[in-house]
Structures are given as structure tokens and as C-alpha cells.
Design a protein. Structure first.
Length: 119
């Protein structure tokens, strides 16, 4: 009886988490700002470049990148089931490779999504 109750509890917990993640994306708080292209206008307007990093934890990624010279804005979100950090940066001050190194050092780096790769 206890095993059945635990299994039902686990399934319900998984369903709630999945619904919350889906609702978060529909609310425009995650997928939309990071991947919709809306941020591209912001980047062009400010003379910046934009890059998206898939990370294990977007808060850890944001913490690893925060304070690095050349980074102007970091948005957290999701790309499908992956957490992401969208970074607006000055390419004359910092490179994508330097940001990747900071994320790798923090142990959260998964992959880099470059704008041209998404089209």
C-alpha cells in the first residue's frame, strides 16, 4: 500500500512540475523573451550582441556571468526543457568563449545557441 501511495505521489508531483514549467513558458517569463527575437531589437539598439547558453541551472549561470566586464544584461528562461541564460554583451569587451569558460568553471555550462543557428 505504501509503495502505491508513493508512486501516485511521485506521478502527481511530476505532473505539477511539468504544468508549472509549461505555464511559466506560456506566461512569457521564460521561452518568449529569450528566444522570440524581441531581445534582438534591444541588443541592436544598444550596440550589443546576444548569445543564449543552455545551462544546468540558470541561476548558477547568471551568478557566474554577473559582474563580468562587457555583459550588459542577462535574462533567464527555458528552451524546450533546458534552462537558459540569454546574455546581451559588448563583443569588443568580452568574447563568447570567455563567457563559456566562466560557465564551465561554475559547472553549469551545457551548450551555446548562436543566433544564426536558430534560423
Amino acid at each position: 500500500m505504501k509503495n502505491r501511495a508513493f508512486m501516485i505521489f511521485s506521478i502527481l508531483t511530476f505532473a505539477v512540475v511539468a504544468l508549472l514549467l509549461n505555464f511559466n513558458g506560456m506566461a512569457g517569463n521564460s521561452v518568449s523573451p529569450s528566444l522570440s527575437g524581441k531581445g534582438s531589437a534591444f541588443a541592436q539598439e544598444k550596440g550589443m550582441s546576444k548569445v543564449i547558453f543552455k545551462v544546468k541551472c540558470y541561476d548558477e549561470g547568471k551568478a557566474a556571468l554577473k559582474g563580468l566586464k562587457g555583459i550588459n544584461k542577462i535574462e533567464t528562461g527555458f528552451h524546450y526543457i533546458h534552462e537558459t541564460d540569454t546574455v546581451y554583451f559588448d563583443p569588443m569587451v568580452i568574447t563568447i568563449e570567455e563567457m563559456e569558460a566562466a560557465l564551465k568553471k561554475a559547472g553549469t555550462y551545457v551548450e551555446t545557441i548562436r543566433e544564426k543557428e536558430r534560423n
